[in-house]
Design a protein around this ligand. Structure first.
Ligand code: ZN
Length: 427
C-alpha cells in the first residue's frame, strides 16, 4: 500500500531534524529550537522557575532536553504522561590531542562510542560535530560538515576480505581529513572556524563523528527511509512533533517529552536516564503546582511513561535470528517490546494501555520479543521505571541495520509513532 503524503512529509521533516542533530548536543538544542518556535518557553536550571500552571516549557541539560505542557487546571496531583527517548547514537568520539596522521595524510584520533557496526562507517563522508567549551566560559555548538572519511582497504590488498571483515578498533578506525604535515595542522581549527571562534579559545570539547549524508525515502511505493541516527532520533522527533501539536485539555495529564543522552553507554550520567534530570524537572514542575513529596508521588501513581526506542524488524536473510512466530516488519506499525527478564518494562497493564492509545490514534501495532538464543538489548524504559516507580511501556519502530552508520526504517511507521504519541499525551 502506498504511504500517505502526510507520512512522506513527516519523513522529510525527520531528515531535516537528523541533519540538524549530528551530536546529542545539537539534538537537544534542536528539540528546544523547534518547541520554542511552537510557543514553548525556554527555562534554565540555574534560574528560579515561574509557577507552572497552564504553560509549555523546555529545558536543556548538556545533550538532553525535557519539555512539558501543563493544562490550565492542573493541580498538585495531576498525573504526567512521559514520552521518553534518547539523543545519542553509537559511533566515534574525538580523543584528546586529536590531530594525527602519517605518510602525507592528516588524520583524527577517535575513540569508539557505544557499540557501532564498525564496518558500516567505511567509505562515507563524515562530519565532526559537538560542543566546544571556550576560555570565556561560553559553550558553543560546532559542526564541520563533510570533512573526514574512513577509507576501506582495496580488495587487491586484502584478498580474504570477503571471508569476513574485522576492523581493529584502534589502528583501523582513524579517519583521514586532509593532506599535509600533522605537526602543522589542527583538526580543532576546523571545528573552531565552523563555530566562528578561534582554536586558541577552546578549553574542552565533546565532539563526535556523524555521517554527513541526508536521510532519504526510497523503495517500492516509497516504503523505506534510510538515515544515520534513526536510533533514536526517530523517537525524539516523533515526541517533538506530537508535543508541539498537543493542546493541553482541562482535566488532562501533564504531557512530558524526555530526551536523554548516553543511552548507548548505559544511561549513567547527569543527562542520562539513570541520572537525576527527569526527577529534578518533575520535582520543580510539581513544586510549581503546590505539590509536596506526598502529592507528587500520588500523581506518579496514576502516571505513565512511554519509552520509545528502535527495535529489530525481521531480516529476510536472517529470519532464524528472530522469534519463530513474532516477527515484526517495516511498514506494519510501531512495535510493543516485551521481555520476560525486564530488559523492557512492558507488562500486562502497559500492553493494554498501549493498545488503547494505538486504537485511539487509529494505528496498527506489532509485538517484538527475542529469540531465546539471541538476547535483546535494553533501553531507558526499565531505568525510568526503576528510578521513579512510574508505570512504563517500552515501544518503538522496527528497523534493520541497527547501530549501522545508516539505518533503515519504514516511512509509515515513523508517522504512526508520532500519532500514537499524540494520543498518549492526550491521556
Ligand atoms: Zn536506542
Amino acid at each position: 500500500m502506498p504511504v500517505t503524503p502526510v507520512a512522506l512529509s513527516h519523513a522529510e521533516d525527520l531528515a531535516d531534524f537528523i541533519a540538524a542533530s549530528p551530536s546529542s548536543y545539537h539534538a537537544a538544542a534542536e528539540v528546544a529550537r523547534r518547541l520554542e518556535s511552537a510557543g514553548f518557553t525556554r527555562l534554565h536550571e540555574e534560574d528560579a522557575w515561574p509557577a507552572l500552571t497552564g504553560g509549555r516549557y523546555v529545558v536543556v541539560r548538556d545533550g538532553a532536553a525535557i519539555a512539558w505542557s501543563v493544562p490550565a487546571d492542573a493541580t498538585a496531583t495531576t498525573p504526567v504522561q512521559i514520552f521518553g527517548a534518547h539523543t545519542d547514537s553509537p559511533g566515534f568520539k574525538l580523543k584528546p590531542q586529536p590531530t594525527t596522521g602519517s605518510r602525507g595524510w592528516l588524520q583524527a584520533a577517535v575513540e569508539v562510542y557505544g557499540g557501532p557496526l564498525l564496518n558500516s562507517w567505511l567509505d562515507r563522508e563524515l562530519r565532526l560535530a559537538g560542543r566546544l567549551a571556550l576560555a570565556d566560559g561560553r559553550v558553543v555548538l560546532a559542526d564541520t560538515g563533510a570533512l573526514l572519511r574512513l577509507p576501506q582497504l582495496a580488495i587487491h590488498l586484502d584478498r580474504g576480505v570477503n571471508n569476513g571483515l574485522a576492523l581493529d578498533k584502534q589502528t583501523e578506525t582513524q579517519p583521514v581529513w586532509g593532506l599535509g604535515d600533522p605537526t602543522e595542522a589542527d583538526v580543532l581549527g576546523e571545528l573552531a572556524s565552523s563555530a566562528g571562534v578561534s582554536a586558541t579559545e577552546i578549553r574542552g570539547y565533546d565532539v563526535v563523528l556523524a555521517d554527513s549524508a541526508r536521510g532519504a525515502v526510497f523503495g517500492k511505493d516509497d516504503a523505506f527511509f534510510a538515515s544515520g541516527r534513526l536510533d533514536d532520533l526517530a523517537s525524539v522527533h516523533a515526541g517533538v512533533v506530537a508535543l508541539a501539536a498537543h493542546e493541553p485539555q482541562d482535566g488532562g495529564p501533564i504531557a512530558v517529552l524526555a530526551a536523554f543522552d548516553h543511552e548507548e553507554l548505559g544511561s549513567k550520567s547527569r543527562s542520562g536516564a539513570a541520572g537525576p534530570f527527569l526527577e529534578d524537572v518533575l520535582e520543580r514542575l510539581y513544586a510549581g503546582l503546590g505539590a509536596d513529596g506526598s502529592a507528587r508521588r500520588q500523581a506518579y501513581a496514576s502516571s505513565w511513561c512511554l519509552s520509545s526506542d528502535v527495535g529489530h524488524s525481521v531480516h529476510p536473510n536472517y529470519a532464524a535470528k528472530h522469534d519463530p512466530v513474532v516477527q515484526p516488519v517495516l511498514g506494519s506499525g510501531p512495535i510493543l517490546k516485551l521481555n520476560a527478564n525486564q530488559r523492557y518494562a512492558t507488562d500486562a497493564v502497559g500492553t493494554a494501555s498501549w493498545r488503547t492509545w494505538c486504537d485511539t490514534a487509529g494505528v496498527v501495532t506489532q509485538e517484538f520479543v527475542s529469540n531465546n538464543s539471541v538476547p535483546c538489548g535494553s533501553t531507558i524504559g526499565p531505568i525510568t521505571a526503576t528510578r521513579l516507580g512510574i508505570r512504563t511501556v517500552d515501544v518503538g519502530i522496527p528497523i534493520l541495520s541497527m547501530h549501522s552508520a545508516r539505518e533503515l526504517a519504514g516511512v509509515s511507521d515513523l508517522h504512526d509513532l508520532a500519532r500514537v504519541a499524540e494520543a498518549f499525551f492526550a491521556g
